[in-house]
Design a protein around this ligand. Structure first.
Ligand SMILES: [Fe+2]
Length: 187
């Protein structure tokens, strides 16, 4: 069944309207969720080059859109076989839609109060393997890790309230109870 036509520029217009009408993260997430799914499955934004991933970081972050003030960051993320991202937060709201291939998301909860610099205690609290059309919506404080357990490169459509290198977010090492800044390379 062909999916409904909904271009990236229509999606960006809707994101601008939604985020100008409210700053309530829960409302933003509930409104963005179905639209992100529609935009992701429209696929008119998808190019072959988006499957190119960065072997050093394990994934490729391909810029589709960002506003001049670094808000509304949209990327196509490709994940190399057997690779993923360590536990991390985003420092902003996030909506991820599966486009090609299953990706396993592991969700973590933070147990400490965050007052000790560089220190973080995490506990795993569940996981979800997302495939084409599945959506994961996360508020700013959510922590997850991602794993491509398949033998092919997978790809997903990611929408964030702000460019991830401008939110002060962290990556976590649950075994050593530590965290540090998480900066990504976007191509
Ligand atoms: Fe993430």
């Amino acid at each position: 069944m062909p999916s409904e036509k909904y271009s990236l520029s229509e999606f960006v217009s809707d994101l601008r309207r939604i985020t100008s009408e409210t700053t309530d993260e829960r409302k933003i997430l509930s409104m963005v969720r179905p639209l992100a799914k529609k935009a992701a499955l429209d696929r008119s934004w998808l190019m072959k080059d988006h499957y190119r991933a960065d072997p050093e970081q394990g994934f490729g972050s391909n810029l589709l859109h960002v506003e001049t003030d670094n808000s509304l960051f949209i990327v196509a993320v490709s994940w190399l076989p057997g690779r993923g991202a360590p536990a991390h937060d985003h420092g902003t709201w996030a909506v991820v839609v599966g486009v090609d291939g299953p990706e396993r998301n592991i969700f973590w909860e933070r147990l400490d109060d965050g007052t000790r610099p560089g220190h973080a205690e995490l506990r795993e609290r569940g996981d979800k393997t997302m495939s084409e059309g599945d959506v994961v919506a996360m508020p700013a404080g959510a922590i997850h890790s991602v794993l491509n357990e398949t033998a092919q490169t997978t790809l997903s459509f990611h929408v964030y309230g702000r460019h991830l290198n401008h939110t002060g977010r962290s990556k976590f090492d649950p075994e050593n109870s530590s965290h540090e800044p998480f900066i990504i390379r976007t191509q």
